[in-house]
Ligand binder design. Structure first.
Ligand code: NAP
Length: 476
């Protein structure tokens, strides 16, 4: 069930938002602390969905500044008017009074921690359950990705209706998966900007991208790990593809800064995952095996969970080579490759494998030299770029990536008579590609690489060769 909090500033706006939320929500939470002088009879009269009535005081991160007596009076009124649920924080002295008059209204007893997800979650659950709560609600802040799994396990083991949420960007996973683990509901915002807690996902995305109500315990989970992940569009692409091919699979974003924490929690729970900056090399330490090209590169961007064994693969290689091969052969082509990170390693290995003559240029010369030594090619610093010795220029640095969209890794005047391929795909056309186009070069935008490498990931996870035209359509 998806519950949308109504956080309007007055009764009229709240009534409007309730109607707007109804098609996307199974339940509404009336946040009376946001609504000035709420007209509760009016709000409850023609409610389009069952409601939770909540009044959170300012000292508990809500908006309510009235007295305790006013708060109690509003909640009593909600009970008298037959609200389906009222929410009352654990430890509030009025809780026994509300329990004594609750009638058919069910009481959610809640506990919030905006700092962390404490180790003693089950103990917290037991304390709340001991109040006689009809529904136990625990909301904590996710500091690490494993916090989500602890919260989901708590929900799974609950012996009564339970709502469990990890807040913040790292907690998004819990919001999407909570119903599948048995939570009574998950909260989603009406639209971006109307969140009542950090990390709430817009309800529209919960339905149209994640098909949240269709997730169950047999759903195979996939995702992207990295930092940052919020700008990646993989979650849109893969979820739409899964839906198109009728697969009970979902792809989520995992904001990970501690690879060890991720691998020891979700690492073997997922059916597979993509890896982006800065974890492509670190993940290799946790795998059971890697394919030949990943071994050579020492970096993976894809993991496939084969019945508990984790296999590392690198589809960035296909991502670089396939779009180029559609324009030209690569044997004996002089390729200047900018960058010496994970993506550059994959590009260099793949291009050399195709017979290209590769020169690796990087901001940090030592990294370029080290990689070039490993792969047997030339190296230099970024300012040694020579257009007269370049048939193909490939940028695998992050220069030009959002938000530094005016940056470019090479001076404008040096782009001429060559194919220019930019790995950066956000923005879709980087400053370097714009300048290359103006100079008459043939350009390949990063989205081509993204689609080629993603198509290969999809094939590895599902065995299905996806329709590339459909993938372009989804991303456009
Ligand atoms: P990475 O391992 O962190 O490497 C980053 C590279 O960028 C390093 O060579 C680094 O140079 C260089 N760099 C960073 N900031 C720089 C600056 N201000 N000036 C000059 N060089 C700078 O990252 P990665 O995984 O290889 O990814 C690199 C880029 O490729 C990202 O933009 C990513 O979006 C893109 N990519 C695209 C796709 C796709 O599907 N289109 C797939 C993978 C990657 P130093 O060694 O000097 O730090």
């Amino acid at each position: 069930m998806i519950c949308i909090p109504i956080t309007a500033a007055n009764t009229q706006d709240a009534l409007r938002d309730m109607q707007a939320a109804a098609p996307l929500a199974d339940m509404l939470e009336l946040r009376l602390d946001y609504i000035e002088n709420p007209d509760l009879p009016c709000l409850l009269a023609d409610r389009p969905r069952p409601v939770i009535v909540t009044i959170t005081p300012r000292e508990e991160n809500g908006q309510f500044t009235g007295t305790d007596a006013e708060r109690l009076s509003l909640l009593e009124q909600a009970v008298i008017l037959g609200a389906e649920y009222i929410d009352c924080n654990m430890g509030w002295h009025a809780l026994p009074r509300l329990r004594s008059i609750q009638g058919k209204t069910r009481v959610i007893v809640s506990s919030h921690n905006y700092e962390e997800t404490p180790p003693d979650l089950p103990q917290r659950y037991r304390e709340i359950a001991a109040t006689g709560a009809d529904v136990v609600k625990i909301a904590t802040y996710a500091k690490r990705i494993s916090d989500n799994l602890r919260m989901l396990e708590l929900i799974k083991d609950a012996d009564r209706d339970c709502i469990g949420i990890c807040m913040g960007e790292k907690g998004e996973v819990s919001r999407i998966l909570a119903p599948a683990y048995g939570a009574l509901l998950t909260f989603a915002s009406l639209v971006t900007g109307k969140e009542s807690a950090p990390g709430q996902i817009p309800a529209e995305a919960m339905h149209s991208i994640y098909d949240c109500n269709g997730i169950n315990r047999t759903t195979r989970l996939y995702g992207l790990i990295g930092n940052p992940v919020s700008k990646s569009r993989g979650y849109i692409l893969f979820n739409r593809l899964f839906k198109h091919y009728g697969l009970n699979m979902r792809y989520l974003n995992f904001l990970v800064d501690d690879v060890d924490d991720f691998m020891n929690s979700f690492g073997r729970v997922l059916g597979g995952f993509s890896i982006t900056m800065p974890h492509k090399q670190a993940v290799t330490n946790y795998l059971d095996a890697s394919d030949a090209i990943s071994e050579r590169i020492g970096a993976v961007n894809t993991v496939v969970n084969m019945k508990g064994r984790l296999l590392g693969c690198n589809t960035d290689t296909a991502g670089v080579v396939r779009p180029l091969l559609q324009l030209t052969g690569l044997n004996d082509k002089r390729v200047t490759l900018l960058g010496a990170g994970g993506a550059a390693r994959a590009a260099a290995a793949a291009l050399i494998h195709e017979g290209a003559l590769v020169t690796i240029l990087n901001r940090t010369l030592l990294r370029a030299e080290k990689l070039a030594d490993e792969l047997g090619c030339a190296s230099g610093t970024l300012d040694s770029f020579d257009p007269d010795a370049t048939d193909i220029l490939v940028n695998m640095t992050s220069v030009g990536m959002h938000p530094d969209i005016d940056a470019t890794p090479v001076p404008q005047g040096k782009l001429r008579d060559m194919i220019v391929f930019d790995g950066v795909y956000n923005p879709p056309k980087t400053q370097m590609l714009r300048e290359a186009e103006r100079a008459g070069c043939t350009v390949i935008p990063g989205i081509e690489m993204f689609i080629s490498q993603a198509a290969e990931q999809f094939r590895l996870w599902t065995g299905i060769e996806p329709d590339v035209a459909l993938m372009k359509d989804i991303l456009s």
